[in-house]
Design a protein around this ligand. Sequence first.
Ligand SMILES: [Zn+2]
Length: 458
Amino acid sequence: MRIRPGTRRTAGSVAGLALAGLLAATAAGTAPAAAAPTGADGGGSHRVEYFPQPGGAGRTVEVPATAPARTGRTSGASLSVAEATVDGTVGEQAVTGSTDDRLDVVIIGDGYTADQQDDFHADATAKWADITAIEPYRSYQNLFNVWTVDAVSNESGISGDPGADVVKDTALSSYFWCADTERLVCTDIDKVASYAAEAPAADLVVVIANSTKYGGAGYSGLQAEGYPFNGVSTLSSDHPSSSMIAAHEIGHSVGLLEDEYTYPSYGTWTGGETDGPNSTTYTPAQLVEKRAKWYRWLGQSDPTGSTVGTYEGSAYYPYGLYRPTSTSIMRELSSTDFNLPGREAMIAGFYRAGNALSTTLDTNTAIKHGKRIQVSLAVGTTGLARTDLRWYVDGVEKVRARGRTAVTPASLGVRADGRSHKVTAEAVDRTDAIRDPAVRALATDTLTWSVRATGHRK
Ligand SMILES: [Zn+2]
């Protein structure tokens, strides 16, 4: 989707706020710093999440908004004439529709020289393939547009690789050893934003750092700081486990999911019910009684290997908050599955930002009854998706037209009877990965045309 200044269609900031609330409620917490970011004006900081070991749980920490002076970069890397000809070039890696109907992902490389842009494109393709091998990304990948923006670095590789003292001159000033943490790859969000702005739209940004070393990070809550996108994920290009970092981070920014891992120092949650769809203070009986959170999934066998219930420890609190399953990709990256509630939350997020049903025929202009109406479905009946397409004339379904992507009002039985009529196409994803009617409503998309009144036929 295209984000307009002053509007906020992504609800990702809601998760950030919920998290800020959790953090603020635990002044005694010793793990992540609770300080609010102070903005993108150079002296501020961002909250980021990283994963110290492949397959492990994450940590969160405050990091500087810009790279430290030791990397030698402040802003505006000077580019040679030859490099400037490709720097900022936008590529269409997987563009499936209009930005208004899609979740737009922008992938930017760091530590790739002018001669290495082909490597960057190959890495971007491979990383997106890793992410979309996971459900529900796999079934819904056509609700995404994937753009690349070429960022030309003066040196190959990024700072902190292989050792903490290595300094590289790169387009985005990304570096390992952020906040003295080897696997934490920070980047300059202002530079990221300037490259991302080259793409037609950016709902999510992924920065691929040219490195064989394991590492990455997730920045969230960026819209609240004035950026047009809410989340940025960094990951290293040539380590097989790094793709899972982005798959997890998109869980926050698109699915509004909370982390399901805990910090021992957080102790017991004593506040009220939380906002996240995957943590609760309730028992299973209370979930059912209140028709809350994942009550519709209780007792179901889950892709993560356990049975959906309430497992103590979630959203950093080892006690007093419960998660839906023993493990999941939101708890540790050794699990490459979302649990059933998480999967439904992800699909909800996909449909908040994307529309499965599209057309190039203007719905604001009345059409003649012989006019061909063509629609396209981004999501069909592969994998989890079960989208069906139905046609209605003045609210009455024309059953024989089910599944057709091209009709005319006349073929649907619209008569030239001197009155105007309405033709509606409706796509509904009837996937059993959705149980909440509110999510089913998000997964329902309609287009309606007015058919122009014509004279009576004698
Ligand atoms: Zn996380």
